[in-house]
Design a binder for this molecule. Structure first.
Ligand code: ADP
Length: 184
């Protein structure tokens, strides 16, 4: 049983690594980006509200995300633990999660921060060719990452549960480093 929070900039490789860790530890991979992209594809009301923000590389407003996470963490598979990927993305989401977990009498085991320098992120994102991966939205997403998400790193380092892993390395060695810090 592991409850893991995965932080890192867009393009750090969180999604890939989170899937591997989800298999290794038999815990659901909860990606707010994947949930939102599925909602956009299915044209649900959440999807319709979220799409414009996502296309511009901006954060979707908290009121669309907070209930979604609360409901997802209440599903039965989440009682086995989870890995959160893409949430929390700002300090208010981190405070919300902290409060929610306290109410549920739970705590995250680890917060993993996957570090990758901006130059490498831009290269990787441009190579990926997802719909929201053009140069302008990539720059916007990185700007928003620095403004809104970097403060979340201090939020968790202040609570002494932050573990940092370098993401600028071959995929297998990043996986090995992540497992090592999770198991130490
Ligand atoms: P990336 O890691 O490449 O930025 P994600 O798949 O995590 O991609 O997210 C894609 C988009 O979905 C973001 O740019 C943002 O618009 C939206 N999004 C995902 N998670 C959140 C969140 N926790 N809060 C607000 N918006 C989010």
């Amino acid at each position: 049983m592991k409850r893991l929070i995965f932080l890192g900039p867009p393009g750090a490789g969180k999604g890939t690594q989170a899937k591997i860790l989800s298999d290794t530890y038999h815990i659901p991979h909860i990606s707010t980006g994947d949930i939102l992209r599925a909602a956009v594809k299915e044209k649900t009301s959440l999807g319709q509200k979220a799409q414009g923000y996502m296309d511009r590389g901006e954060l979707v407003p908290d009121d669309l995300i907070l209930d979604l996470i609360k409901e997802r963490l209440a599903q039965t598979d989440a009682s086995q633990g989870w890995i959160l990927d893409g949430f929390p993305r700002n300090v208010s989401q981190a405070s919300f999660l902290e409060k929610l977990l306290t109410e549920l009498d739970l705590a995250a085991d680890d917060v993993l921060n996957l570090e990758v320098p901006d130059e490498i992120l831009i290269e990787r994102l441009l190579a990926r060719k997802r719909k929201d991966d053009n140069e302008e939205t990539i720059r916007r997403r990185l700007e928003i990452y620095h403004k809104d998400t970097v403060p979340v790193i201090s939020f968790y380092s202040d609570r002494n549960i932050l573990k940092v892993v370098k993401g600028d390395a071959p995929m297998e060695s990043v996986t090995a480093s992540l497992k090592k810090v999770i198991e130490q």
